[in-house]
Design a protein around this ligand. Structure first.
Ligand SMILES: Nc1nc2c(ncn2[C@@H]2O[C@H](COP(=O)(O)OP(=O)(O)O)[C@@H](O)[C@H]2O)c(=O)[nH]1
Ligand SMILES: [Mg+2]
Length: 469
């Protein structure tokens, strides 16, 4: 792909470092965001498919969201990932904030950690959180940014969340917690859902998230389930009971019969500092999946490319559907106008005949010129009137019932139509201009965007996989 491959290639056989891989992904990511900004957004805004530019929530760096019940070990894991104690940890549900954690953009920055309050995240357009302003002041007081001096998070942001609870209601929190989680999940490239043996999937807010919020807002393949703190199980039988309970609860929560992979893990640094007797022998049989979890988190930038390609596919297909519907409208409007010509000729012929009677007697050439003129002007005039009237009626009827504009052959097309139907109605109601030629050109352009990005991203990802460190 253009810019991505412009990143200077290393010498043959040279050891390719991590920076090269990082830059490659970053260049690709930027290129995809540019495609959305330059090719998709203008059409999406023009046809009322969206009110905000499509790139606004994908333009920032890749994001990993960590959710789960309180004291499941989210903050401990984050501290491990960044190699510093930047998040408070503890048994009680102490931290009730959403914290975005990422690297400071300026590497020369002196301080180790720079804190910013929610207002910065909500009002600075470089961040993808402008839409979160609707959650109000109580939310913004619980939203913050921590910028660190770490290379690990140059290409990545982590979001720590307040633990989910049993007893709180929306009134207690003061903002719609589930909606916030849902909207964050929509931005995220990976959502880690963390449980612990004490509350293996029994917390009400977790239940609600998995049952209602996440399926609406996120994609299944972006979710990773983690059972943390297993070192606290009393023994293997206890662990099996916990694991079984979690699986059962998950199937209740997700409504699925198949059990997703659950990563079993614990914090080695906590476990190793404690004295353990024979009752912990079962730990020797377990394999700590910490490394796989961390690898999953650090491969979020790679997931971002797939997600972006999917994002481009989804929106370009929907916009193509919208334009196709408008094209079909214009085609039918043209047919109607052709019919109206027939209708307009009748009153024009009558008027010409009426004018012929008093004009008899003048010379033949003048008479025919005059009659031709009367016929032309009157047929043009009546066509203008009839067409305006009938087309307006036709437009109104279609705005009410636009389904006949498209043919829906499968569920995919039905979903796409569902997503753009309202925009089409709005367009027809507002009598916005639709030029056939322009619509055709735009449809071609949007199809090109769809095919180009899908194919090119896959090619680029394959190339990326071949870069060996
Ligand atoms: N034994 C054990 N304790 C842990 C583990 N992970 C976290 N903890 C402890 O559990 C408590 C809650 O952890 P924290 O990271 O604050 O949970 P959060 O509320 O999900 O952010 C803290 O006291 C941690 O020290 C683990 O794997 N094993
Ligand atoms: Mg915490």
């Amino acid at each position: 792909m253009g810019k991505a491959t412009e990143t200077s290639a290393p010498h043959a056989g040279a050891k390719i470092d991590d920076d090269y891989r990082r830059n490659y992904l970053e260049a690709l990511r930027r290129e995809l965001v540019d495609i959305v900004q330059d090719k998709l957004s203008p059409l999406a805004l023009k046809y009322g498919y969206t009110q905000v530019p499509l790139e606004s929530n994908i333009k920032w760096k890749p994001v990993v969201l960590l959710i789960g019940n309180y004291s499941s070990g989210k903050s401990t894991l984050i501290n491990e990932l960044v190699g510093a104690d930047i998040q408070a940890t503890g048994q009680a549900p102490t931290d009730d904030s959403f914290t975005v954690i990422t690297a400071h953009p300026a590497s020369t920055q002196q301080e180790e950690v720079v804190m910013r309050d929610g207002q910065v995240l909500l009002n600075d357009p470089q961040y993808p959180f402008e839409g979160f302003r609707t959650f109000g002041k109580r939310f913004s007081a619980h939203f913050r940014l921590k910028l660190l001096k770490t290379k690990n998070l140059h290409n990545l942001a982590l979001i720590d969340t307040p633990g989910m609870l049993d007893s709180v209601s929306e009134k207690d929190r003061g903002y719609d917690y589930q909606e916030v989680i849902g909207d964050l999940a929509q931005i995220a490239d990976l959502v880690l859902i963390i449980f612990d043996p004490h509350k293996a999937g029994t917390v009400r807010e977790v239940y609600q998230s998995l049952r209602e919020t996440l399926p609406r807002k996120s994609f299944e393949d972006r979710v990773m389930f983690v059972l943390n703190r297993v070192d606290e199980c009393a023994g293997m039988d206890d662990l099996l009971r916990v694991y079984g309970t979690l699986c059962w609860n998950l199937s209740q929560m997700t409504g699925r019969k198949d059990i997703p992979a659950i990563h079993i893990t614990w914090s080695d640094s906590i476990y190793n500092t404690r004295q353990h007797g024979a009752e912990k022998d079962f730990m020797q049989l377990l394999h700590n999946q910490r490394a796989a979890i961390k690898a999953g988190i650090f491969s979020a930038p790679r997931h971002r490319l797939d997600n972006l390609a999917g994002y481009i596919e989804l929106h370009s297909e929907r916009i193509a559907m919208l334009i196709t519907a408008l094209l079909s409208f214009v085609r039918r409007r043209r047919k109607l106008t052709l019919k109206n010509i027939g209708l307009a000729l009748l009153p024009a012929a009558l008027l010409t005949l009426l004018c012929f009677l008093p004009l008899q007697g003048i010379d033949y050439l003048t008479l025919s010129a005059l009659l031709a003129l009367i016929f032309l002007v009157s047929s043009g005039g009546s066509l203008w009137f009839i067409d305006r009237w009938l087309v307006a009626r036709f437009r109104r009827k279609l705005a009410e019932q636009p389904d006949t504009l498209v043919s829906l052959n499968d569920q995919g097309e039905t979903d796409r139509w569902e997503a753009v139907r309202e925009a089409v109605q709005h367009h027809l109601r507002n009598e916005a201009a639709c030029s056939y030629g322009l619509l055709k050109k735009e449809l071609k352009q949007i199809k090109q965007v769809r095919n180009y990005s899908a194919a090119e991203v896959r090619k680029a990802i394959a190339e990326y996989e071949n870069i060996r460190v």
